[in-house]
Design a protein around this ligand. Sequence first.
Ligand code: ZN
Ligand code: ZN
Length: 436
Amino acid sequence: MAPPLSGDSLVQKLTVEKQVRRDVTLLTLSGTIDCDFDGKKLAAVIRTSRLAIHLAGVRLITSFGIREWIDFMTAAARRAEDILLLDCSPKIIQQANMVANFVGSGRIVSFYAPYRCATCGTDSRVHMHLRRDWDVVIRRVPPDRVCVNCGQNETFDDDPDTYFAYMCSQGPVALDSELAIHFKRPPRGLRVAKTVQGRSTYLRLGGVLDAFFPCDKLIDGLEGMVLVDLDLLQRVDEAGAAAWRRFLSTIAPTVEAVYLFGVPPELTEELACWDSPGARPQLATMALTYLCPRCAIVTRRTIDFVRHYDELTRGMLPTKQCSDCWGTVYPTIPDEFVAHLASIPRPDVPPRVSKFFRTLAGNEPSSLPAGAHLATRGNACSTGRAMALLAAALLAVALLALFGYHYLPSSNLGGSLGQAGASDTSARQGGQQAGK
Ligand SMILES: [Zn+2]
Ligand SMILES: [Zn+2]
């Protein structure tokens, strides 16, 4: 057991999250790449023939960081045949243009274009795919944009000739179908897969839980036992949390029982101060992010709330073992959420419910190859069908986006961790502005 590390202390430091899916390792780097980044050490965790590096959250690279990065790319090229750089932040693109060998044998697949509104000072960035937006890249003419904040015209916040130079020389890269399945960005917003089996309903939520949470649609006709799986949620904002509270309190009087799985710490508050009539939602498992101090890698783990109830409610979070160095990894959860846990009554989750959940959800998210998997289980309802197709993309990418959601203030994140074609308003960044 260990005291939680403060999430805030990690905001500027580099954090690295690792996922492995079949023959692809996905590393998500976020924060500042500086002399503390041990490139060779990180490359040593690559044990697949393909490597995808998600770089939307990289805000600054120092001179020593560049040296370590090149070491990393060189060592990685000896371990993986194919290296793809996804969603490169402007800092990455700028270095690729300036530093020979920065991209090495890797290939840039997608990136962000920086914009600035001179009227209100808002910085934003637009997600682009080299292949889809090749016309923009090759002509080096960024599209006009209007500021979402004040409606005035924005300007491209770099020299287009320079910004697109490296990418012009590299050429477009198509994600092959396998990678596309694993790492395609989800459409923005919430995606829901619904499965009805007998008197039970299984709802799997992925993507972004925000004001557009289709609360009424989901509530409609819900009865019997309800299992809600939040394991694929990428991000929750305040409006989303409020809609979620409304959802729980509205269904409580009409359903037999509600069991919650993969709940992020941000959604535990209402369970701590539950005062609605009807079925109190039972917290079965939580989704926590863990940091390995030795590898400096973040992974996401599911914690059995029932089994660890006594420790969790005393503010003690279970430690886990790192799959790379076998050292201890520590949960990173802000203090205010730890405090909520102490007030949650001991949940009653019968073993048959947990077993039923495992049958529905698969033993682990990575074992689910596609959203269609969800739709064909049991008697998938009609709304679930279309949603489940979209879940295909989510299955693969939800975890990586969560990384940013836990460690960066949401205003910094915006669409930086996904949401194809979306722009990311990144003004008002406080300390992170150092990277600009
Ligand atoms: Zn503006
Ligand atoms: Zn480790």
